[in-house]
Design a binder for this molecule. Structure first.
Ligand code: GTP
Ligand code: MG
Length: 203
């Protein structure tokens, strides 16, 4: 069971912003979810908050297009970001979007930690490795979350995670923290909330 102090008692949608400029005043700590389109960012936010429709989800990639702030327990934010690597938007749109997300990540003073979501079903993807390496260059704190673990066997999961880690170790001496999740089976909730509360406590 989740420690009472660690739980999400109240969650509410605050705003959708196209860029850093429109985000709520940078006062409360925030924790953002990023990863390829369709990896399960919005679903994970709904799982953490126990509210099915809080963040909009879709089986079609490219659902989340804005920076969405959800205020938790009136004290901190969960932030749902658009996915990267979505092919169905024009090049111009993509670079515009990427500029605003990278600006948000690079300049948001109250961003405590990013959760980088990786689909556990696929072999290591260049776009994910590149993004994680970019985070490393900027020394942005992040945790990796392997999503949709309900969809594959333990053997496949171990293989894909090992492959991913060995790709990462080509550029990283020390590997980042890794969490396994399933929005369907409600796995990884305690680990993610623990990581969030740990980061706020350390502050
Ligand atoms: P964009 O906003 O388009 O970038 O996508 P997203 O990363 O927010 O993904 P979203 O949460 O909308 O989920 C995409 C699809 O994957 C939906 O059909 C979800 O129901 C499904 N999905 C998400 N998480 C899980 C999971 O843990 N297990 C399973 N089986 N399906 C999941
Ligand atoms: Mg989404």
């Amino acid at each position: 069971m989740t420690d009472q102090k660690f739980d999400v008692k109240e969650s509410k949608f605050i705003s959708s912003s196209p860029a850093l400029k429109g985000c709520p005043p940078p006062i409360e700590p925030e924790f953002a979810f990023i990863g390829r389109s369709n990896v399960g960012k919005s679903s994970l936010i709904n799982m953490l908050t126990n509210k099915k429709g809080l963040a909009k989800t879709s089986s079609t990639p490219g659902k989340t297009r804005l920076i969405n702030h959800f205020l938790i327990n009136n004290k901190w934010y969960l932030v749902d970001l658009p996915g990267y690597g979505y092919a169905k938007v024009s090049k111009d749109q993509r670079s515009e979007f990427q500029k605003s997300i990278l600006e948000y990540i690079g300049k948001r003073d109250t961003l405590y930690c990013l959760f980088v979501l990786i689909d556990c079903r696929v072999p290591p993807q260049d776009v994910d490795i590149k993004f994680i390496n970019w985070l490393g260059e900027g020394e942005a704190p992040f945790v990796i979350v392997f999503t949709k673990t309900d969809k594959i066997s333990q053997t496949e999961l171990t293989k894909n995670v090992d492959d991913f880690k060995s790709k990462l170790s080509e550029s990283w001496d020390e590997l980042p923290q890794v969490i396994y999740s399933s929005a369907v089976k409600k796995l990884g909730r305690n680990e993610i909330l623990g990581s969030i509360y740990g980061a706020m406590k350390a502050d």
